[in-house]
Structures are given as C-alpha cells and as structure tokens.
Design a protein around this ligand. Structure first.
Ligand code: URA
Length: 257
C-alpha cells in the first residue's frame, strides 16, 4: 500500500464491480475496507495487485470478462448440461476446450450449425429475450413440395395448433429429387419452430442447419469447430445496453450491503 504506486483504492473497488467510486469512499470512511489486514483510514490510498483488499471482510470478486464463442454444432449432440437419456452433449464435447459455458438458445439434437456459447449466463438470458429481436437464419432440406404462394401466405406469421408464430421469411433455394432446399428466417426461436412450420406446409424436414443468429454467421466454420468472437466485435454487435446493465447489476448487489 502506498500513496505513489498503483491506483486509488476507490477506483479499484469500483472497477471490481463492488460499487461506485463514491460508495467505495463512503465504505472506507465507515471503516469497512481493510488493506493487508488493516482498516483503511483514508481514501487517499493507492493499492497494487500485491495488496489484499477486503470489503466487509470479503475479497474483491474476480471479474470474468464476458466471452462469446461461435460453435458449429454437428448433428447428434444434445444442447444440455445433462441428458437424462445419456446421449452425448455439446458441453461434454467442449469441456476440454472451454471454461464453463452456457448456450444462447438451443438447437434440437439433429439440428446443425451455429450455436453461440458464452461464459456469462446474464448475456444468454438477455439475448434470448424476445426484445433482442435477433433473426435466426436456417437452411432446410425437406421432403415434399412447396410453392412460392404457400410461403407468401405465412410471411406475416401463422398459428399452428394454438401457437402463434411471428413473421417468417421463407424462400425456395432449389429442388433436388423429392426434396426441396429452403432458406427460412424467423425472429423468435420457439420450440421446434422451423420443423413445425415445415410440417404445416406439408414438408418433412430431414436436414436443418442454422446459418446465422443476429449479427453472427456460421460462415466457413468447420463442423465441430469453435471460434471465439473477438471482444471488440462482440461488444459492438451486442450493443452497449447489456454491458451498462451488467455493471449496474454488480453495483446494485453491493450497495444493499
Ligand atoms: N427449429 C427447429 O425446429 N429446430 C431447431 O433446432 C431450431 C429451430
């Protein structure tokens, strides 16, 4: 601890997400901050990484930076941390390569393509909210025939078995024997949404590939491949509102102390 080296203690406490700088100064005057075992008498103190800072007896939280990965999920893996039926899961597959992560939304076992993974559960919840409005793009191979008119008829959404599905942008890419390839873009990602829409059109999906999710693309990521989204790209793609709230959440937790 010194007055010359390092950084002002209130700044260090605030950056760790414990509270605002001003609240940190208040905690110091209330005698709630210890440095290297001694109650701090003044906020005019600098600390370095070597100093042990406790607030109300607790060490400063380790801040894990939010990280995001693009994963090319192969067919045959379940998107779940534990599968009651014992089928192989995405998370087992990636355990060696990644820290603990959660998926942003899910894909069915036989669906392939882009799955976003993050170490930040708050980010996953934020992006799964309907308000995020991120468009999901799929390529679909399905058995059966469909017309442009049928696809136009569902463009504004459709109700199937009492469930309302929002706008659907669907195009025929090509016809191949008894199958057709379609591109489908939807905004919600309800349970089995693409398959249900296709069934409603009289088609039976036999391959489903997610090619895009919001601003992120599958691109030429190899099957089973994983790539971290550079932090700067992640932040600009997700937008500032999540990151502002994330820091505010951390502060709120401690201000109540
Ligand atoms: N729609 C589906 O039917 N399945 C998926 O995995 C994703 C979208």
């Amino acid at each position: 601890m010194s007055t010359f080296e390092g950084e002002r203690i209130a700044k260090v406490i605030a950056r760790a997400g414990v509270c605002s700088r001003r609240d940190a100064e208040r905690l110091i005057t209330e005698g709630r901050v210890k440095v290297n075992g001694q109650i701090l008498g003044t906020a005019a103190t600098n600390v370095t990484r070597r100093d042990v800072v406790l607030v109300d007896g607790q060490p400063l939280p380790q801040q894990d930076e939010t990280r995001l990965w693009r994963y090319h999920k192969p067919a045959g893996l379940v998107v779940s941390h534990r599968d009651p039926q014992g089928r192989p899961t995405v998370f087992e597959k990636l355990r060696e390569q990644l820290p603990r992560v959660v998926s942003i939304g899910r894909l069915d076992i036989n669906t392939e393509g882009l799955l976003l993974l993050t170490n930040d559960g708050g980010l996953a919840r934020f992006l799964e909210l309907p308000a995020s409005g991120w468009i999901r793009h799929y390529r679909v191979r399905a058995f059966g025939q469909v017309s442009d008119q049928q696809l136009a008829a569902i463009a504004k959404g459709v109700e199937i078995d009492g469930v309302r599905y929002g706008p659907i942008e669907a195009k025929i890419e090509r016809v191949q024997g008894g199958n057709c390839w379609l591109t489908i873009a939807i905004r919600e990602g309800k349970n089995r949404e693409v398959k249900r829409i296709c069934e409603h059109l009289g088609l039976q999906v036999n391959r489903l590939i997610r090619t895009g999710f919001g601003p992120f693309q599958l691109g030429d990521l190899a099957r089973g491949g994983i790539e971290e989204v550079p932090p700067r790209v992640m932040k600009s793609s997700i937008g500032p509102s999540f990151f502002k709230d994330k820091h505010a959440d951390r502060r709120r937790k401690v201000q109540g102390s």
